[in-house]
Design a protein around this ligand. Sequence first.
Ligand SMILES: Cc1cc2nc3c(=O)[nH]c(=O)nc-3n(C[C@H](O)[C@H](O)[C@H](O)COP(=O)(O)OP(=O)(O)OC[C@H]3O[C@@H](n4cnc5c(N)ncnc54)[C@H](O)[C@@H]3O)c2cc1C
Length: 332
Amino acid sequence: MKVIVLGAGINGTTCALKIKEKYPDYDVTLLGAQFSPNTTGDGSGGLWYPYFCGKTPEALIRKWGIETYGQLLYLWRQGGYGISLQPVYAMYRDGTHSAPEWTNHVFGYVELDSKQLEYFNKLFSVQYVAGNTFNTFVVNPSTLLKRLEQQLDELKVTRKQGSVKSLTDSMLRHYDVIINCTGLGAREVVPDDKVHPIRGQILKVDAPWVFYTIQDKCSGHYIIPNDTFCVLGGTGQANNYSTEVNNDDTDFIERGCHNLIPSLKTANIQKYFVGLRPARDEVRAEAERINGKLYIHNYGHGGSGFTLFWGCGSTVLELFEKHVAINNTSKL
Ligand SMILES: Cc1cc2nc3c(=O)[nH]c(=O)nc-3n(C[C@H](O)[C@H](O)[C@H](O)COP(=O)(O)OP(=O)(O)OC[C@H]3O[C@@H](n4cnc5c(N)ncnc54)[C@H](O)[C@@H]3O)c2cc1C
């Protein structure tokens, strides 16, 4: 059986790994226009927190997200994957939010009480009326991607740089199964006009004195420290394809994040980054047949690629196993 996974971001890399681990005799290729450190995920905050998932049903966010949370716990215990465990504070300037279902499954989720809010309001000089906290994982994306790529190499998955124009590209004719994890590329490759960018600009700074993540859910600012740098964000501009750093966005990010943690004014800036979150009205993880060939789609993760990747990879593997079982039965 010859399998090709299109897209070498966190989702494609995970799918190639899961399939090859389960079926070591199959010929698995990972094809990507870009590999780490040049995928969208390399510039992401790496925070486990469902964000910009469109109308993906809450039950699926819980299923994929909590399986991924469990895998991050497993990898964090192993060490060496660039994963840190830390509290996240989500703060609101209005009181209209409700707790989604996944909050029942993460460690230590609580709504902040009035004393805690009072403390934060003095600390941050912003008047929040509600907030919550739990313990979550922050991935250093390039470290995790490199480790997964090493595992692919050890398992003898072929990694190739290249692009396809469509799902029926002649380059794909020798493969039995095509797994489509092309992110924003799915807009042209499928084609699927529900796929669109949500532009994210961030700053990476050195701030080893920051030990927790904070998100202002109303202004959109966030501060996410990982094991080597701290991400200050950010923008979420739908249908904006610009990958240029915008000075107004930089001012917006700096002003908002410095307001939250004033000591960040002294932090050395490592890098400005702009990435296009591969968004869709909902994550697409499903199989279809085109001209008798099996295609399994796994794209549209928006701002949650590092929050859903392992769970979505399991769904892809289940769909793949179903196909293999049907194939084997038809040969009897
Ligand atoms: C600023 C910013 C901050 C973020 N912060 C977080 C966060 O804190 N937590 C979180 O969970 N998520 C976050 N995200 C979102 C996360 O980065 C994405 O959801 C994730 O990277 C999507 O992974 P992917 O593998 O589906 O797509 P991508 O990483 O975009 O990878 C797509 C792959 O497909 C390849 N490809 C595309 N078209 C073709 C083609 N025609 N032929 C061959 N290959 C092709 C690309 O080259 C690439 O290899 C953030 C994103 C941004 C931009």
